[in-house]
Design a binder for this molecule. Structure first.
Ligand code: BES
Ligand code: ZN
Length: 908
């Protein structure tokens, strides 16, 4: 296939540049961003810097790439127009895992006299014998690299075509991996224009951010050159080369949108295409700014480390995050696709057109895209109640942010290796939640207007968090900066303690931490309260303590028993509320009387769970509250109730083994009525939410050991084995049936497990397979658990999917999984060298434990094995263990727990 061609002047591969092969002496001078470059000094001054110096900045890249899809290598040549703005004899940029041909390096006609590579920092320094002329010059070099298997930089992904395995070449540059494809100024603020050319086998499709300008064919090779891009950041550049089909649509403004899939699967791209076309139209109106590029392509990639990536004009996705198949995809996967597409397309404005100035402001990208995706999906599918589902994210963030090992939304980044781990619930979900809080404080219309002017002001450029506050403040006249700084620059959040004092309500804020302690933080808190939804009050709590007058409608409590009040109406604020006994009892009555909105039903149960875990409230009172949710029929509310029941069932196994059975019975009693109403079979014309609720409840019942549900799952699975198209087991409930099957599996009775492996093997890729994968280790039998964990190391499981399997490990199998993880750590850390995937191993196994001794053991094991990429994840997981241990102590000392459980179960 690929034959050498004229442009390629790269000499035979040389040993990789490495720190060891160049001199590194000299002292570390601090060259902070923006500081003028010293004319002299040595290259060593550029080691260990968080950011590149700014005395020379790129304007335009001309990049040629020539991937060899058989040898899995590539060659490249780059010409970078650089502006030298201060006297220097150095050029300092990023590179990683590339061999640069030293003889090819030129700046104008100058060859460097010194080439130093700081491997730990991915920094490449060219030193010249004299000062560089001020103004624009061109830096040129040739290099080569490997199409790696790590799903980052320029990598290869595998797919099947006509029964044969083929390779495709794909890029994934966010956060700091463009440098693995070409030497560049790999920071978001160094925006430049890109003119890309690729040489690829003639029969393949080559895609990039911009449309093709022209293609020329020379035998088996074609040269495809793309149009020059507008100013953009390096992490958004993308190239994909392989065999694809597509479906196409058009926005109302005439922007061409395509969804590329593997050959023969283009039908599965139609749903995402529809969402994409609508999203582009919606965002254009919302931001009052046109989609900035001439086309948008979206493409499914078989090996993909994230869920999706917003590359400018060429958005890449995991297959399950883009492809929808009427026959085999579930309702929840449909929703996931809609949210993912809407999220990535929001980035085309928030992120791509206006980009964060540095990774500290990552949340401006991810928090906003998360929030915007809900806004868009709510407008396309109002019946999905997506804003109620949004609280899933808020509560996830509230849980993470109640750890002392959390971090502020705006987080300092000292080194590139720290960036990956801030793609977490703080940047995404807390970010999105504080945006919702701010929007609800300012009002939707004012908020939108201000965002549109922010977009215009910073288009094709970069912004910091404070730039956004300044625009919002100017447009609305509200103290946005003071308010929001308390939420973005300090970690954590408050719990508001509410007490009745005469006709007033006293409120006091204190930082909430799950370990029961109280942190030092204080916030400016937008308080809302009401007794019913037409009596809302709003004000900003700026002090530690304040008083609210209870509206007269609410204060007639002496006259009758109907008084109640709820703070943080609809959970728009990022805080929790703890009520005094009188308020709590009144709220419970209101809940029983069905007076609370969906969102408030979620807030009440989630706060109560968190307070119980922090031992600010008893387990008995949590169970009483949960009991008030029996008969609840809403998907979102029950999904939160279910998370709480899972947590309660888990902790009771360790805390009160003798009571664990009864607690499970109680939880079953709460969930069963609605599960029975829904049954296993979809009803004609039923809602999206009911279709998602069914598997949620049935799965919960199976997990709680409900015999009847388990047997029905097994019965339906056996029918499914004989007839894969049986209406008795449609996509939505398959996972529940698989889980039922695993309940009876053991080494001596492994037929169910073997049948599931067979289903895995025989399913096409996609959701179908992943459903099985997530279930395989879900049993207590050591042999089976180990066999399924080792499945990760086989060719049958893509590395991208390992975490799905890990998530299936049950609490009863935690020792087996932990021993397996220890024994295989070296191997795992080699294969999953990208930090986020490695973090998944820690995140899924470690928090299954609840004893301080185990925390100490795990901490000791990792003492010599941590990497910057998952350090924080590990600390958070260990903190969660200790919180569990403390919770257990509290539960054990509760005198009335057993009595409460019996009472609620109706047992004498
Ligand atoms: N920018 C991210 C992709 C990403 C994540 C790149 C982590 C590098 C590191 C993208 O916009 C994103 O957020 N994707 C989400 C999906 C989304 C629907 C929340 C993901 O990958 O999970
Ligand atoms: Zn994103």
């Amino acid at each position: 296939m690929a034959t050498p061609s004229a442009w390629n002047k790269v000499s035979p591969p040389r040993p990789r540049l490495s720190g060891a092969s160049f001199h590194r002496e000299g002292t570390d001078l601090k060259a902070s961003p923006g500081a003028p470059a010293p004319a002299g000094g040595s290259a060593a001054q550029f080691r260990g810097q968080a950011r590149l110096p700014r005395f020379a900045t790129p304007r335009r890249y001309e990049l040629r790439l020539r991937p060899d899809l058989v040898a899995c290598t590539f060659t490249g040549s780059v010409a970078i127009a650089v502006v030298v703005s201060a006297p220097t004899r150095f050029l300092v940029l990023n590179a990683a895992d590339l061999s640069v041909n030293r003889a090819s390096i030129r700046f104008q006609s100058l060859a460097p006299t010194e080439v130093v590579f700081f491997k730990d920092d991915d920094v490449l320094v060219f030193g010249f014998s004299k000062q560089l002329p001020l103004g624009e010059g061109v830096l040129q070099m040739d290099y080569n690299g490997t199409l790696n298997d790590q799903m980052r930089g320029f990598y290869r992904s595998k797919y099947q075509y006509k029964g044969k395995e083929r390779n495709m070449a794909v890029t994934q540059f966010e956060s700091v991996d463009a440098r693995r494809c070409f030497p560049c100024w790999d920071e978001p603020a160094f925006k430049a224009k890109f003119k890309l050319t690729v040489e690829v086998p003639s029969d393949l499709v080559a895609l990039s951010n911009m449309p093709v300008a022209n293609s020329t064919f020379a035998g088996p090779i074609k040269t495809v050159s793309f149009r020059e891009s507008p100013l953009m950041s390096t992490y958004l550049l993308a190239v994909v080369v392989g065999l694809f089909d597509y479906v196409e649509g058009m926005t109302s403004k005439g922007t061409r949108v395509r969804v590329y899939t593997q050959i023969g699967k283009s039908n599965q791209g139609k749903f995402a295409l529809d969402v994409a076309v609508k999203s582009l139209d919606l965002y254009k109106d919302y931001f009052d700014t046109a989609y900035p590029l001439p086309k948008l392509d979206m493409i499914a990639i078989p090996d993909f480390s994230a869920g999706a990536m917003e590359n400018y004009g060429l958005v890449t996705y995991r297959e399950v995050a883009l492809l929808f198949d009427d026959k085999s995809s579930s309702e929840s996967s449909k929703q996931n696709i809609a949210i993912t597409v809407a999220h990535e397309l929001a980035h085309q404005w928030f992120g791509n057109l206006v980009t964060m100035e540095w990774w500290t402001h990552l949340w401006l990208n991810e928090g906003f895209a998360t929030w915007m995706s809900h806004l868009a999906v709510d407008s396309f599918f109002p019946q999905w109640n997506i804003w109620t589902q949004f609280l899933d994210g808020t509560t996830t963030a509230l849980k993470l942010d109640a750890l002392s090992e959390s971090h502020p939304i705006e987080v300092e980044i000292h080194h590139a290796s720290e960036v990956d781990q801030i793609f977490d619930a703080i940047s995404y979900e807390k970010g999105a939640s504080v945006i919702r809080m701010l929007q609800s404080y300012l009002g939707a219309e004012r908020f939108q207007k201000a965002l549109a002017s922010y977009m215009k002001k910073f288009a094709y450029s970069n912004a910091k968090t404070e730039d956004l506050w300044a625009v919002l403040e100017k447009e609305t006249g509200e103290p946005v900066k003071d308010l929001m700084t308390t939420w973005t620059k300090q970690k954590g959040y408050p719990v508001i303690n509410a007490k009745i004092k005469g006709n007033d309500m006293e409120i006091e804020q204190a930082q909430f931490l799950s370990d029961g302690s109280s942190g030092p933080g204080t916030w400016i808190v937008p308080i809302t309260s009401g007794c019913g939804y037409d009596t809302q009050k709003k004000f900003l709590l700026k002090l530690k303590r304040d008083k609210m007058v209870i509206p007269s409608q609410c204060s007639d409590r002496k006259k009758g028993g109907n008084f109640w009040t709820k703070l943080n109406i609809n959970g728009t604020g990022f805080y929790r509320v703890k009520y005094d006994d009188e308020l709590a009892a009144a709220l419970l009555n209101a809940l029983e009387a069905k007076k609370l909105s969906l969102m408030d039903r979620i807030g009440v149960v989630d706060d109560s769970h968190a307070l119980s875990m922090a031992r600010q409230q008893t387990m008995a009172s949590l169970l009483r509250l949960l009991y008030a949710y029996r008969g609840e029929t809403d998907y979102s509310v029950l999904s939160h109730v279910n998370s709480v029941t899972v947590s309660v069932a888990r902790i009771s196994v360790d805390a009160t083994p003798s009571l664990a059975g009864d607690i499970k019975q109680l939880l079953i009693k709460i969930l069963l009525p609605t599960a029975e109403k829904l049954g296993w079979d979809p009803k004609k014309g039923e809602s999206h939410l009911d279709a998602m609720l069914r598997p949620l409840l049935l799965t919960a019942l199976v997990q709680l050991g409900h015999g009847k549900t388990i047997n029905e799952g097994i019965r339906r699975f056996n029918i499914f084995l004989r007839d894969r198209n049986t209406p008795l087991l449609p996509p939505d409930t398959r996972k529940t049936a698989y889980l039922s099957v695993m309940q009876n599996v053991s080494s001596s009775n492994r037929s169910g497990y073997d049948a599931l492996r067979k289903v895995y093997r025989e399913s096409a890729e996609g959701e179908e397979r992943l459903n099985v994968l997530g279930i395989l280790p879900s049993c207590r039998d050591k042999g089976i658990v180990l066999e399924s964990l080792n499945f990760i190391f086989t060719d049958e499981v893509r590395n991208q999917d390992a975490y799905i399997l890990l998530r299936g490990v049950q609490i009863e199998a935690r020792e087996i999984a932990w021993n397996w993880l220890k024994e295989n750590w070296e191997r795992i850390s080699k294969i999953f060298s990208t930090s986020s995937l490695l973090g998944d191993f820690v995140k899924t196994v470690v928090p299954l434990f609840t004893s301080n001794e185990k925390a100490a053991e795990i901490s000791k094991f990792f003492a010599t094995r941590t990497k910057p990429g998952f350090e924080r994840t590990l600390k958070q997981s260990l903190e969660n263990i200790r919180i569990g241990a403390r919770w257990i102590e509290g539960i054990r000392s509760e005198p009335k727990l057993a009595q409460t459980v019996r009472e609620l179960l109706g047992k004498p």
